[in-house]
Structure formats: C-alpha cells, structure tokens
Design a protein around this ligand. Structure first.
Ligand SMILES: Cc1cc2nc3c(=O)[nH]c(=O)nc-3n(C[C@H](O)[C@H](O)[C@H](O)COP(=O)(O)O)c2cc1C
Length: 178
C-alpha cells in the first residue's frame, strides 16, 4: 500500500511501542553522500518553539554522530517485528566498517524532503531537520544516572529535529498493533 502523509504525532503511540519492543532505525548521511543506519532506543517528541520536534540521543562514539555533525538531517523509521534481527544488527555493528544496508537487506530509498533516505521496509517515517543540539552535561545529571548510563563517559548529544514530513503505510500500522 502506498504511504500516506500523516500528522507528525498521529502514530506516536505505535512509534513508542515499537521503540520499546525492538528499537527504531535512525538514518543519517555524510557530506560524502553515503547513508548509514543505526538503532535507537531513546527518543522523545513534542511541540517546542511551536514546532513538532523529535529529540534523538546519540553518543559521540557512533559513526552516526559524525554524520549528523556533517549533515544536520535525519530520518526515523519504524520497522515491523519481522525485522527484529536486522534492527538488532544495526544496533550492534558500526557503519564505519560495514554497509548495514546491504548486509541486512534494508533498502534506503529517497525521502520526500531531506537528503537522508528512509527505509523502504518501514511502516512509519519521520523526516527531520536539526534545529538545535545540546549535550547531556554530567554536572547537571542525577548521580545515579551518570553512574549507571555513563561509566565511561561518552555522554549523549541530543539532536532536536523538526519533523518536516511524516508518512505511513496505514495497513502496516494496523499490523503493528496486533
Ligand atoms: C535496541 C538498541 C537501542 C539503541 N539505542 C541507542 C541510542 O538511543 N543512542 C545511541 O547512541 N546508541 C544506541 N544504540 C547503540 C547503537 O545503535 C550502536 O552502537 C550502533 O552500532 C551504532 O552504529 P553506527 O556506528 O553505524 O552509528 C542502541 C542499540 C540497540 C541494540
């Protein structure tokens, strides 16, 4: 079924449920034009500055981080459970040394409004432009979180992406709910 434009947070519950179940796929691209994909388990969303915003949390050690620093755009893709293995793979190897698209069969296809691709097999897609970024600051973080989440530092950078397009395969979304 063709994908239809949806309101930015129309399928927010389904998105968060899948994020908790298996993670979401964050696509980025460098100035070299090479796309990369990584799994994310942390994302927040809401209206800030009167705009629909997704915040993604990326550690500096990720290849994705260098891509986001080069090109301030990303897409977030919700994959059905049948892709659990591929989603897990994208969260365990780095695009620095591997082409995760060819290795998993996940297919990058052009997005509507950003240079970064979306993943064809996804059922919900968000296209975002970075409008702000900020780092998790150890001095302002609860001690027990700093100790448990950051034993080696590598504090996340938070990218605030304005959602400029959102679309979904409505039948696919129905299946996600089952
Ligand atoms: C379920 C799951 C959720 C993850 N969530 C995040 C996240 O929110 N932020 C992050 O920096 N890394 C997260 N990771 C780790 C990255 O996906 C992993 O380090 C990945 O290999 C980075 O790929 P890259 O080097 O190609 O960017 C997660 C991994 C898994 C398996």
């Amino acid at each position: 079924m063709a994908k239809q434009s949806v309101k930015p947070f129309e399928f927010w519950k389904e998105t968060v449920d899948m994020m908790v179940k298996q993670g979401l796929l964050l696509c980025s691209v460098g100035v070299d034009g090479k796309p990369n994909v990584m799994t994310i388990g942390w994302m927040t969303g809401g209206i800030i500055w009167g705009r629909p915003i997704l915040c993604v949390y990326v550690r500096p050690s990720r290849y994705t981080y260098s891509r986001l620093e080069e090109v301030g755009e990303f897409t977030v893709n919700v994959l059905p459970m049948e892709f659990a293995e591929a989603v897990n793979y994208c969260g365990t190897v780095s695009g620095r040394s591997r082409d995760k698209f060819s290795e998993t069969g996940l297919k990058p296809v052009p997005a509507q409004k950003v240079k970064v691709p979306v993943i064809e097999q996804g059922v919900i897609h968000y296209e975002c432009i970075v409008v702000h970024k900020n780092d998790v600051l150890p001095e302002f973080l609860a001690k027990e979180i700093a100790e448990s989440a950051y034993p080696q530092g590598n504090f996340h950078r938070i990218y605030f992406g304005e959602i400029i397009a959102a679309y979904a395969d409505l039948e696919g979304v129905e299946l996600l709910r089952k």
